[in-house]
Design a protein around this ligand. Structure first.
Ligand code: NAD
Length: 408
């Protein structure tokens, strides 16, 4: 992860988090460990809980816990009560900054630990689902500090959501099923960056891809890229492999489950395990054959149809594969680390000047875009790590582009 490596050196020198406590709720994986070390190199004490109990790599959690300045509250496979207990223990550290992935930390903080809100200077949310929850909090006037929506950054939507998730979701499905994708009809629900990346990779493997959408602009984009677009009610009977990537719930619900063909494989790439109605599937099943392969359960319905559910309806690329490749997380986590450093500096408690990227200043109780300068910084570091050089504008070109007087 060369970009984080470069940031680690800069942060070790600049100490943007000197004296600060950062509370994290992230997938506890090897890549996250590299991010946590960047934060501690920058002077932070880090308390981290898992953002999904099934994605915790216990060896990584143990290795991190042995390091100075890091407290880990995570173990693979814990129940819901322990999961939230871990989040509370991170909050017990009274964080100055938070880094969340899905919103459970920030939600718990506001709902159950409101006395801590005034001590939090701001934070960073990693996913679109988490950012959507934050926007609802803003609409309700409930968000107590600024949160940067890292998922919406240009570099992240391109590299992480589209190319990273696109590849690793197919990887998870292939590991869990070893199915042949070529010639299959694959239904992808949602044509955001994740869905479009998944669709592109499935098509690359030879699938006939159908997209379902609720947003007319995105549906049109799918058509223009050569996909067939159908409502789910029309797509479900055709789907041999169905993948949800919407951030919404019950995208494959009772109505769709009734229509799916025998042998259909169901996988979810969205953050929460609500996109496939697993409870209704279990209710409809006469028989369940758990783990016919690792992370694949077969549900036999009353009419004899067999449906294969992957990863219990949870994020398939994290549960059945290894999540995004390290190179992808390198850029994503660089955005998050720089966003936190921006908040720390702008809040004026790491130095006496509010520095901020491009003069931008975070404000309280808002969901903030990642400043374009952070994206530019991450892209510059990534290009440097790839050994790629690009052109720069000449002073004449710069003047031409900035002038409104020079026409044709
Ligand atoms: N698995 C991963 O590694 C990973 C990585 C990044 C994001 N995510 C998650 O994947 C989901 C999608 O991410 P994104 O960045 O593409 O989000 P997005 O919000 O940009 O796109 C989601 C799309 O789904 C559409 N949609 C919503 N409800 C729908 C429905 N009922 N039927 C069909 N389409 C519907 C929306 O119109 C939108 O175009 C989110 O939950 C996000 O948190 C997962």
């Amino acid at each position: 992860m060369p970009v984080l490596g470069m940031l680690r050196s800069t942060f070790a020198q600049d100490q943007p988090f000197a004296g600060l406590t950062i509370g994290c709720c992230l997938h506890v994986t090897a890549e996250t460990a590299v991010l946590v070390r960047v934060l501690t190199a920058g002077g932070a004490r880090v308390h981290i809980a898992a953002s999904n109990p099934l994605s915790t790599q216990d060896d990584i959690a143990a290795a991190l816990a042995a390091e100075d300045g890091i407290t880990v509250q995570a173990r693979s496979g814990v129940d819901r009560e322990t999961y939230y207990d871990h989040i509370h223990r991170v909050l017990d550290a009274r964080p100055d900054l938070v880094m969340d992935d899905g919103g459970d930390l920030v939600n718990t903080l506001h709902e159950e630990r409101a006395e801590l809100i005034s001590g939090v200077r701001g934070g960073c949310e990693a996913t679109s689902s988490g950012a959507a929850r934050l926007r609802q909090m803003v609409a309700a006037g409930s968000l107590g500090f600024p949160m940067v929506a890292a998922d919406a950054s240009a570099t992240r939507r391109m590299i992480d959501h589209k190319y990273g998730t696109g590849q690793s979701v197919l990887d998870g499905i292939l590991r869990a099923t070893n199915t042949l994708v070529a010639g299959k009809t694959v239904v992808v629900a949602g044509f955001g960056p994740c869905g479009s990346g998944i669709a592109e990779r499935a098509r690359g493997l030879g699938a006939q891809v159908i997209i379902t959408e609720v947003d007319p602009v995105r549906a049109l984009a799918a058509i223009m890229q050569g996909y067939r677009v159908l409502p789910m009610a029309a797509a479900a009977p055709l789907g041999e492999l169905l993948i949800t990537a919407t951030g919404s719930q019950d995208v494959i619900g009772a109505r769709e489950l009734a229509m799916l063909p025998d042998g259909a494989i169901l996988a979810n790439a969205g953050h929460f395990d609500v996109e496939i109605d697993v409870r209704t599937l279990a209710d409809l099943a006469e028989d369940v054959h758990p783990a016919i392969r690792p992370h694949a359960d077969e549900y036999v319905l009353a009419d004899g149809r067999r449906l294969i559910l992957l990863a219990e309806g949870r994020v398939v690329n994290l549960v059945a594969a290894e999540g995004n490749p390290a190179a992808v997380m390198d850029t994503s986590f660089a955005v998050q680390a720089l966003a936190l450093a921006w908040l720390a500096e702008s809040a004026g408690f790491a130095g006496d000047e509010a520095v901020g990227f491009a003069g931008a200043k975070p404000s309280a109780g808002r969901v903030l875009e990642v400043p374009g300068a952070i994206d530019a910084e991450v892209a510059t570091l990534t290009l440097a790590s790839l050994g790629t050089k690009i052109d720069t504008l000449t002073p004449e070109q710069q003047r031409y582009l900035e002038s409104w007087r020079q026409g044709s």
